[in-house]
Design a protein around this ligand. Structure first.
Ligand SMILES: Cc1cc2nc3c(=O)[nH]c(=O)nc-3n(C[C@H](O)[C@H](O)[C@H](O)COP(=O)(O)OP(=O)(O)OC[C@H]3O[C@@H](n4cnc5c(N)ncnc54)[C@H](O)[C@@H]3O)c2cc1C
Ligand SMILES: *[C@@H]1O[C@H](CO)[C@@H](O)[C@H](O)[C@H]1NC(C)=O
Ligand SMILES: *[C@@H]1O[C@H](CO)[C@@H](O)[C@H](O)[C@H]1NC(C)=O
Ligand SMILES: *[C@@H]1O[C@H](CO)[C@@H](O)[C@H](O)[C@H]1NC(C)=O
Ligand SMILES: *[C@@H]1O[C@H](CO)[C@@H](O)[C@H](O)[C@H]1NC(C)=O
Ligand SMILES: *[C@@H]1O[C@H](CO)[C@@H](O)[C@H](O)[C@H]1NC(C)=O
Ligand SMILES: *[C@@H]1O[C@H](CO)[C@@H](O)[C@H](O)[C@H]1NC(C)=O
Ligand SMILES: *[C@@H]1O[C@H](CO)[C@@H](O)[C@H](O)[C@H]1NC(C)=O
Ligand SMILES: *[C@@H]1O[C@H](CO)[C@@H](O)[C@H](O)[C@H]1NC(C)=O
Length: 594
């Protein structure tokens, strides 16, 4: 994911498909009742709404703030997903000025559409290392969360589509994949010039050992990247878990363009039992829905803590300061905001085959779009990525003299990720001429954390997102190492054939202060946030986390949270698959009545 706000030209919007059970405009003002009311139709909420309504005796209302995902080309064509940033499919959040980013604010993209952020994201499909999951199992004291014991959920999510053609058998391991889940997963199959130097330079430098399948539980090295793309089009929580057949279920009601404003508890219950969701419907009226069994909040890493805080759950002193009457003092709500900072760096190359040409030449782009539109083939079936690289710092890295390794030394767990794009990916505008490859570096083991808070001056307005980006010296050390590793990699003979040269002053590579300044001036908040309504062990000290291993909000009744906000540690990969797997697991726990 690389923001390119300068190129936000929206394509024409195709007509929306009318669907019987999807309510575009809800006019009723009576209080409807359902067994479950789910707030938010993203990675977490779509899974819950789908799985709970598999039982036709169970009724569910799914309330989604954004519009339908159907019928808009940028939502389907992988190459142009960044055109959705800053549109009505985006919440348009920004961080507070970040000292770690030289006091810049960063956009904080969040999907505002059915499918949530999976309808606008970069589609990178990563499970993370086995140790990530074993760590969660040990932390919450429940071995059903271990990598081995979650295998059925990883497989349940995906329909892996193997590449075809000779020589492709070494690009994935069929033994580790599911083949019949809702999310289509595939590799980039466009034969691009960049693939040969990408793999050859890895061999020549030895920096990235070849890894046949990065989703085997051992992601280190260079792998063919796996994407949530099916038949050349985005596969999202909406297209996968809320497809036409699911939407046709009479026990599922989806209310679009409907924003939950408050959760309301039953008077006189102790602990407080939450039963009612107040929301603003598509017609702008404030209405209520009652959950006979439970409310499930799946509004994501930003809006879940925001909705809880506006409902009186949170740090009591902060709520009071924002003019909200505290009902339950749960100080962990909105704390522990952890994200992956991303730092792009570009190298020039002397081939004209890069995707920069597509972005600059509207004739070429329109030809490729017509091809995609006709047959879902060609260069627009992919983003500009083909491979993904995961690495650890060396064990003797100087930072470990002062900072304990946040991965706990787990040998399968990367400290950072590199993804090489077939074009310019810097935050600054693309130069008018020239061709580029852009390496983006992500800190996957961040120590920096931030907060999500209500704005004390306007509790109903945009929240204050302090991503805490690069506030801890460990994180910037990781990025320095990652960029130096890229520079060594780009110096390989395979890249010298293309006259590869850094698009920045190469002398900064030998100067920590100058390199730090480059990093702080060029990085962005990575959109992989977790932990703002953190899951913890069943019997942890009150207020130190928000939900238990059963996803129930501690200290109240009738309320669970199922989305990225409960993931307790930053995933050592991207956050979509972890969210899907948490949600699949949650659905089974809810169905079991526990
Ligand atoms: C630009 C971008 C790029 C990314 N790239 C990748 C990637 O390549 N790979 C990857 O693995 N991860 C990626 N991610 C992260 C991944 O998409 C998220 O971690 C994941 O979608 C989180 O799921 P969620 O259910 O927690 O939240 P979301 O998927 O964001 O869903 C939350 C939903 O709740 C709705 N909502 C919020 N508030 C309310 C309310 N008050 N009332 C009603 N509805 C509400 C929202 O509109 C949204 O639909 C990216 C994210 C972004 C934004
Ligand atoms: C379906 O839901 C009903 C009502 O809650 C319940 O009685 C029944 O056991 C469920 N069926 C299955 C197969 O879980
Ligand atoms: C985000 O900003 C764009 C441009 O101003 C606007 O069209 C869009 O509606 C905004 N998104 C939301 C959810 O308000
Ligand atoms: C709870 O009580 C208050 C005051 O007595 C009343 O205004 C409110 O409507 C009641 N709420 C519910 C959900 O019954
Ligand atoms: C733009 O693309 C078209 C179609 O591929 C090509 O004919 C034309 O030469 C390109 N223009 C430039 C300036 O490269
Ligand atoms: C896509 O194809 C349809 C006909 O199949 C056509 O109506 C539409 O204009 C095309 N859109 C684009 C962007 O080419
Ligand atoms: C780490 O060890 C390697 C050899 O194993 C050595 O080349 C390198 O200089 C060492 N680095 C530090 C910071 O000590
Ligand atoms: C690119 O640069 C390399 C190394 O200088 C050179 O051998 C090659 O001919 C150049 N290619 C083009 C297309 O100019
Ligand atoms: C809220 O809980 C925290 C600990 O989680 C505690 O430090 C604080 O004093 C409590 N505030 C109130 C008002 O009880």
């Amino acid at each position: 994911m690389v923001p390119s706000l300068s190129s936000l030209i929206l394509l024409s919007v195709l007509p929306l498909t009318a669907l019987s059970s999807v309510v575009q405009r809800q006019t009723t003002t009576t209080t409807d009742q359902f067994d479950y009311v789910v707030v938010g139709g993203g990675a977490g909420g779509a899974v819950i709404a789908n799985r709970l309504t598999e039982n036709r005796s169970v009724s569910v209302l799914l309330i989604e703030a954004g519009p339908d995902n159907e019928g808009r080309l940028e939502g389907q064509v992988p190459y142009i997903y960044q055109r959705l940033f800053g549109s009505n499919w985006d919440w348009n959040y920004t961080t507070t000025p970040q000292p770690g980013l030289n006091n810049r604010v960063s956009p904080y993209f969040r999907g505002h559409v059915l499918g949530g952020s999976t309808s606008i994201n970069g589609m990178t499909y990563t499970r993370g290392p086995a140790s990530n999951w074993n760590r969660i199992a040990n932390y919450i004291g429940d071995q059903s969360w271990s990598w081995n014991n979650l295998q059925s959920y990883f497989r349940k999510n995906e329909a892996f589509i193997p590449p075809t053609g000779s020589g492709t058998g070494n690009r994935f391991d069929p033994a580790v994949h599911g083949t019949s889940g809702p999310i289509g997963v595939s590799l980039n199959s466009v034969n691009q010039w960049i693939i040969d130097p990408t793999l050859t330079a890895a061999e020549q430098t030895g920096i990235f050992p070849y890894n046949r399948d990065g989703n085997s539980g051992s992601p280190l090295g260079i792998s063919w990247q796996q994407f949530a793309i099916r038949n050349g089009a985005r596969s999202s929580a909406a297209t996968g878990y809320l497809n036409q057949q699911v939407r046709a279920r009479s026990n599922l009601r989806i209310s679009l363009s409907s924003r939950a404003t408050r959760l309301i508890a039953q008077n006189g219950t102790s602990p407080l039992r939450f039963t009612t969701v107040e929301y603003q419907n598509a017609a702008g009226a404030t209405v209520r829905a009652v959950a006979r069994r439970e409310i499930i909040v799946s509004a994501g890493v930003i809006d879940t803590p925001v909705l809880l805080m506006r409902s009186g759950l949170g740090d009591a002193a902060e709520l009071t300061a924002a003019g909200i009457t505290p009902l339950v003092n749960i100080s962990a709500i909105g704390k522990n905001f952890i994200d992956h900072v991303g730092t792009p760096a570009a190298w020039s190359v002397n081939t004209t085959l890069t995707d920069d040409e597509i972005d600059r030449n509207s004739t070429l782009f329109n030809q490729l779009l017509a091809e995609w539109n006709q047959s879902k083939t060609g260069r627009l079936t992919t983003t500009s990525l083909s491979h993904i690289e995961f690495s650890r710092l060396p064990n003797n890295a100087s930072i470990f003299q002062t900072v304990t390794d946040p991965t706990g030394g787990a040998a399968d767990t990367p400290h950072y990720e590199q993804i090489l794009a077939n074009k310019w990916t810097m935050l600054s505008p693309r130069p008018a001429s020239g061709n580029w490859v852009g390496m983006t570096h992500f800190v996957l083991s961040p120590v920096s954390t931030g907060t999500v808070k209500l704005n004390p001056a306007n509790a109903q307005g945009p929240p204050l997102l302090d991503s805490g980006s690069l506030s801890h010296p460990f994180d910037i050390f990781v990025l320095r190492s990652a960029i130096r590793s890229t520079a060594a990699y780009m110096n390989a003979p395979a890249w010298r054939q293309f006259n590869a040269a850094p698009a920045f002053d190469a002398s900064i590579l030998n100067n920590d202060a100058a390199l730090d300044n480059f990093i702080r001036s060029n990085s962005f908040a990575g959109a992989h946030g977790v932990a703002t309504a953190k899951m913890g062990p069943r019997n942890s000290p009150a207020g130190s986390d928000v939900v238990g291993p059963d996803f129930r909000v501690k200290g109240v009744q009738g309320l669970r949270i199922v989305d990225a906000s409960v993931i307790p540690f930053s995933p050592s990969g991207h956050s979509m698959v972890p969210t899907y797997v948490f949600a699949e697991k949650a659905a089974d726990i809810i169905k079991s009545g526990n």
